[in-house]
Write a protein that binds this ligand. Structure first.
Ligand SMILES: Cc1cc2nc3c(=O)[nH]c(=O)nc-3n(C[C@H](O)[C@H](O)[C@H](O)COP(=O)(O)OP(=O)(O)OC[C@H]3O[C@@H](n4cnc5c(N)ncnc54)[C@H](O)[C@@H]3O)c2cc1C
Length: 344
């Protein structure tokens, strides 16, 4: 049985694990390692420290299906809708641009990380480990030795890397020599926006009195998007307090990228008060820096995946190899899976 390591428990990694489990049952032993403390990656859902039922999506907000992907990835949409992981967006969102005819928007009643958790659950038997930050990869004959911070090195027959490309470029061991030349240029050509996200958590009984569930702000240099998360998800609870998500503009994110998160939090809260005067005081605030938020320019001419070595297989995937949303990750995972299937 081949042992496959998937690095990253975000959407791309979890879909790769699920495809391997479903399409190659009993042929592979699947291991997923992520440096974070939980699943989701940039589809992350944070909990209020005082109430685990009060949550906020700090990364992805909606899943938007174009007519092309609604058809091409129909089985993925049907499955998530059948499990109640996705529901149509029905709440009012002010200022949302519909860039194309026939777009369908979906929300996640249990938070955006529930999509990733669904695919990890469907990868039954996969060994999923958090707090596993990989640093070095060495080729040892027909396998890979993978080293991580503060842990024992382990051996795998194939390795899939799904982290943002700047994090991939930091890997040591044999990776720098493997990517020398063309691959390095491709990986370095990927660019990302940066922004901050704040999650404001409130006590039960507090009301956030606004006529929308989410709103895009066009005339503030700092605040770009606000969402009352349970309203956006159409699941208002009587026992938990509401949460508010604030995304900053990309320009603000770039300008304050190296500032202390605490100081950035104060700046954003001050701007938020100008946009929403009279907003109640939250019980807690979480500040999330997205250094690598959304892909601005993806790797061209290797759509979906980039194979660094065919045997033993070392392959990269993720939104950097397609485009930065749900369908980009699914498209990449499908391409990575094709490569895995022919290699194993
Ligand atoms: C603020 C924001 C808003 C967004 N809005 C939307 C939206 O509305 N709709 C939409 O469809 N998409 C949206 N996106 C984009 C979407 O979230 C991403 O395209 C998608 O989540 C990328 O998934 P991924 O699995 O490719 O990468 P990631 O989610 O980044 O997963 C990579 C994982 O690798 C892990 N990792 C990194 N380095 C290492 C290492 N050395 N060792 C171990 N693990 C490592 C990370 O912890 C991470 O969990 C948004 C993103 C952001 C940040």
């Amino acid at each position: 049985m081949s042992r496959v390591l998937i690095v990253g428990a975000g959407l791309t990694g979890s879909v790769c694990a699920c495809l391997l489990r479903r399409e190659m049952p009993n042929k592979v032993s699947i291991v997923v390692w992520d440096k974070a403390r939980g699943a989701g990656g940039r589809m992350s859902t944070s909990r209020s420290p005082s109430d685990p039922n009060c949550t906020a999506d700090l990364g992805a907000q909606y899943i938007t299906a174009t007519p092309y992907y609604a058809k091409t990835h129909r089985s993925f949409y049907d499955e998530l809708l059948a499990h109640g992981i996705l529901k149509p967006l029905v709440a009012p969102v002010e200022g949302m641009l519909m860039k194309e005819e026939g777009l369908r928007n979906f929300v996640t009643p249990r938070g955006s990380s529930s999509i990733v958790k669904h695919y990890l659950r469907e990868s039954a038997g996969a060994e999923v480990c958090f707090d596993h930050h990989i640093t070095h990869i060495y080729q040892k004959g027909a396998s890979w030795e993978v080293q991580r911070k503060g842990g024992e090195a382990e051996h795998f027959d194939a390795v899939v890397l799904t982290m943002p490309t700047p994090q991939l470029l930091q890997l040591q061991g044999d990776v720098p020599s493997l990517i020398e030349g063309g691959p390095r240029q491709k990986l370095e050509s990927v660019s990302y926006s940066s922004r901050y996200a704040l999650g404001l958590f409130y006590s039960a009984g507090v009301r956030i009195d606004v006529p929308w569930a989410a709103k895009y702000i066009a005339d503030n240099p700092c605040v770009r998007f606000i969402s009352v998360d349970d309203k956006k998800r159409n699941v208002e609870s009587s026992t938990s307090g509401p949460s508010l998500v604030v995304h900053t503009s990309v320009a603000f994110g770039a300008e304050h990228l190296e500032a202390a998160e605490k100081d950035v939090g104060c700046l954003v809260l001050a701007e938020l008060k100008k946009v929403l005067p009279g907003l109640p005081e939250p019980v807690s605030v979480k500040v999330q820096k997205w250094r690598y938020s959304q892909v601005l320019s993806a790797v061209t001419d290797t759509p979906g995946q980039l194979t660094l070595l065919p045997r033993p297989l070392l392959v990269c995937g993720g939104d950097a190899f397609a485009h930065s949303n749900f369908d980009g990750c699914i498209a990449s995972a499908l391409k990575v899976f094709e490569v895995l299937k022919s290699s194993l």
